[in-house]
Design a protein around this ligand. Structure first.
Ligand code: AMP
Length: 211
């Protein structure tokens, strides 16, 4: 199953993606994680993305589509994928469509996580992520250790209030139209509330996908 997670930055896509993917038996592709790893390793991709990411702006579409095409062509992704944080612009939606068509696959569902912007700012200002495996946490201080891999928890630079506000503006301008694009193209769009307990949101999402 190929599922695209959609929603504002901070809606919980990064938390839900591995849980939904586990239940479906497919891997995830989180472009934000790929870019943060590239940045940490100082690769050409990381250098290209750095300034955009730190401001909370979008990385250019051709860079993102390169990651998507390369990843989805790998054997591990033949059974499906949970896409997290991609696509974020209409050209990316068109590009993903082409990549999937070339691989003789199609998108089965767009899973939308619904949440208020006020809740987002509150959520992101209290968030830390593991610098190694990128698992997000709420209410854990920077410097504590990740439950999954033992890595250090850090604050993301783009979680400071100015960058968060910019990311929400970028979402409204560039990413919200993606949903209309999918509506126009007859995609199956499933919307669940992103508010509440992590496990409950996962159950909600899986039930909605099953229907
Ligand atoms: P995320 O972890 O998904 O919130 O992504 C963090 C940052 O990486 C974003 O604010 C963008 O700068 C960049 N990024 C990740 N995915 C994309 C994408 N699909 N298109 C453009 N930029 C992206």
């Amino acid at each position: 199953m190929n599922v695209l997670l959609f929603g504002k930055p901070g809606a919980g896509k990064g938390t839900q993606a591995p849980r939904v993917a586990d239940a479906l038996g497919v891997p995830t592709l989180a472009t934000g994680d790929v870019l943060r790893n590239a940045l940490r390793e100082g690769t050409a991709l990381g250098l290209k993305a750095k300034a955009f990411m730190e401001r909370g702006d979008l990385v250019p579409d051709d860079v993102i589509l390169g990651i998507v095409a390369e990843t989805l062509a790998k054997a591990d992704y033949a059974r499906g994928v949970v896409l997290d944080g991609v696509v974020r612009t209409v050209p990316q939606a068109e590009g993903l469509d082409r990549v999937l068509a070339n691989l003789k696959r199609r998108l089965d569902a767009v899973l939308q996580f619904d949440i208020d912007s006020d809740d987002i700012v509150r959520r992101l200002s209290g968030r830390t992520v593991c610098e190694k495996c990128q698992t997000p946490y709420t209410g854990r201080e920077p410097g504590s250790r990740c439950d999954k891999c033992g890595g250090f928890l850090v604050r993301r630079k783009d979680d400071d209030p100015d960058a968060v506000r910019n990311r929400l503006t970028v979402y409204e301008k560039q990413t919200a139209p993606v949903l209309e694009w999918y509506e126009r193209h007859g995609a199956r769009i499933v919307t669940v509330s992103a508010v509440g307990d992590v496990a409950k949101v996962t159950t909600r999402a899986l039930k909605a996908l099953e229907r």
